[in-house]
Design a protein around this ligand. Structure first.
Ligand code: NAI
Length: 326
């Protein structure tokens, strides 16, 4: 039987993996710890690991896996910016789930936009306290507004389709433009013309801090920024500063630059040692969810099914599906 060590396990992860694993002849040991250069030893005697977005697959973790004769890193996510692919090249294979539900992420981005714009997060808390005042809750019509979409892959395309339903104008920026009926432009023009900017590109060397002081300066005053992609696409300090001085009108973030030691856990009894995050959370026009955009039943089922198929093909059919190339 194939033996895989599963890291950063949450109860919602197990549901579909437990339901499906026997169909693929895979035995799974679940660990709650994140995978990193210390915890990797717990995967000794396993054929590979099943890892998620904030597991740290740096050179040291990968070298230990190679020393332990492990064969496969099966990412149960689409992004792979947390894997040192150079360290893995020709030593251990990496597979991922390239597409599990672009709808889940795009719909969450839209949910954040509606909530932020119409101040639903504030209204919810007010009415719970029998405060029925509307002061400070004014939003704007989305119809006729321009949304700038950075990255028009699977998620960006679904996001654009939904925005069209609202009667919004679309501007897009992508290094590989793929949509036919969309106006593509350069990043500067997108910044200048957009009322809302939504990020749907991967985190790479080129896209790190694509939203920073330099790009924010070019934006319309009062612009909304949505990030359901990866935290480090935005320079968080520059974002906080621009929210403070009013240049940015609101931000909705499902991801955060320094999320790996914070997100996915209940930290309500701790003092968070991250001043930027605390400043962002203190602002009424900032909405943060904890990397939740993927979390639908459909996505969880697809993640489990494709991850298990990837592992089964690799060990039983000698075929690498959904390989991440270094
Ligand atoms: P995709 O690969 O289908 O699309 C990404 C698009 O970004 C492509 O069209 C690509 O050409 C473009 N791109 C690449 N480099 C670029 C650059 N330098 N400038 C502009 N565009 C660039 O990926 P998909 O499935 O649409 O996912 C997008 C991102 O969403 C993922 O990389 C991941 O980081 C994030 N994600 C977040 C989730 C969450 O729960 N918050 C869940 C799943 C994905």
């Amino acid at each position: 039987m194939i033996k895989m060590a599963f890291f950063d396990t949450k109860p919602y992860d197990r549901i579909w993996f437990d339901r499906l694993k026997d169909d693929y002849g895979i035995k799974i040991k679940y660990y709650e710890s994140k995978l990193n250069s210390d915890s990797v030893v717990m995967a000794k005697d396993y054929d590979g690991v099943i890892a998620f977005v904030n597991d740290d697959l740096d050179k040291s973790t990968i070298d230990t896996m190679v020393d332990m004769k492990m064969k496969l890193i099966a990412l149960r996510c689409a992004g792979y910016n947390n894997v040192d692919l150079k360290a893995a090249k020709n030593k251990i294979d990496v597979v991922r789930v390239p597409k599990y539900s672009p709808y889940a992420v795009a719909e969450h981005a839209i949910g954040l936009l509606l909530c932020l714009n119409r101040r639903i997060h504030r209204a919810y808390i007010r009415t719970k306290d029998f405060n029925f005042s509307l002061n400070g809750l004014t939003g704007f019509d989305l119809r006729g507004k321009t949304v700038g979409v950075i990255g028009t892959g699977k998620i960006g395309q679904v996001f654009i389709d939904i925005c069209r339903g609202f009667g919004m104008k679309i501007l897009a920026y992508d290094i590989y433009p793929s949509m036919e009926n969309v106006e593509y432009t350069d990043i500067d023009t997108l910044c200048k013309k957009s009322d809302i900017i939504s990020l749907h590109c991967p985190l790479t060397k080129e896209t790190k801090h694509i939203i920073s002081k330099k790009t924010i300066e070019k934006m319309k005053p009062g612009v909304f920024i949505l990030n359901t992609s990866r935290g480090a696409l935005i320079n968080s300090d520059d974002l906080a500063e621009s929210l403070k001085n009013g240049k940015i009108g609101g931000a909705a973030l499902d991801v955060y630059e320094e999320e790996s030691d914070i997100f996915f856990e209940d930290r309500s009894s701790e003092i968070i040692n991250d001043d930027t995050l605390r400043i962002l959370l203190s602002m009424p026009n900032v909405l943060i969810t904890s990397h939740q955009a993927f979390l639908t039943n459909e996505a969880l089922e697809n993640i489990a099914r494709v991850t298990l198929e990837n592992i089964h093909s690799y060990f039983e059919k000698n075929t690498i599906t959904n390989k991440v190339e270094g």
